[in-house]
Design a protein around this ligand. Structure first.
Ligand code: B16
Ligand code: MG
Length: 217
């Protein structure tokens, strides 16, 4: 049997969520907006434009489109600085064995990320070749929790939503997978990702036996 295995990027494959957080925090600080780790959960999986709107909303700050565009560019330049020297050692623990098992088991693999920086990151950490399809922030018009990104990924792999499995670290992403009718697997804090069908702290907890049950479903 074959299923579609769809991976989110930031916070699932690599810990770039921390870099997004640092870059947004600089913008928030500058605008005098109180922005914590908990607020940051709201931004995970959410597009760049949407993320800025959420931060401005937290501080009840109104801004012109021109200012917003400037901050979006600044945030991304800062983020690109953080990721420029990324290497394979930034792949999160347990991810490579899972990708390896899926490849050996002939299971199609896709990336389903909201990030417009997804491809360079995959290249930097050297795992581009695992992916049969890549769908990222450049390919979608509707941000998670809209299921568009995952639906396109499944389609590219030639599988139905019912035969698709999504690994996600964000609330918005889990919601997107659920709305699509896919199996949702939360990676991270179970109390945050309580809408996921399955929960794991990280990929070291995901064993081949579990992967095999997903394939057989
Ligand atoms: P960029 P994912 C998402 O990636 C991040 O979780 C989110 O925090 C970020 O704002 C979004 O990508 C856009 O990223 O600014 O690089 O286009 O988790 O869906 O892989
Ligand atoms: Mg993520």
């Amino acid at each position: 049997k074959q299923k579609a295995f769809i991976f989110d990027l930031d916070g699932v494959i690599v810990d770039t969520a921390k870099y997004h957080y640092l870059a947004w925090q600089k913008i928030a600080n500058r605008l005098g907006i109180y922005f914590t780790h908990e607020h940051n959960e709201l931004l995970k999986g959410v597009s760049r434009v949407q993320s800025l709107e959420i931060i401005l909303g937290l501080g009840k700050v109104e801004a012109s489109q021109e200012d917003k565009d400037t901050w979006l560019v600044e945030k991304n330049e800062d983020y690109l600085n953080y990721i420029t020297n990324m290497e394979a050692d930034e792949i999160l623990d347990g991810v490579l064995p899972v990708l390896e098992w899926l490849k050996e088991s002939n299971q199609p693999i896709a990336l389903g990320s909201a990030s417009k920086n997804a491809r360079p990151i995959l290249e930097k950490v050297g795992i581009m070749d695992y992916f049969d399809a890549i769908v990222d922030g450049n390919d979608v018009t509707n941000a998670k929790p809209d299921p568009e990104v995952f639906l396109i990924a499944a389609q590219k792999l030639g599988k139905t939503a019912q035969d698709s499995i999504v690994f996600e670290d964000s609330v918005a992403g889990i919601q997107a997978a659920n709305i699509a009718g896919m199996v949702s697997i939360g990676i991270g804090d179970k109390s945050v990702l309580n809408e996921a069908q399955f929960n794991f702290k990280n990929f070291t907890e995901i064993h081949t036996q579990f992967l095999q049950t997903l394939v057989n479903k």
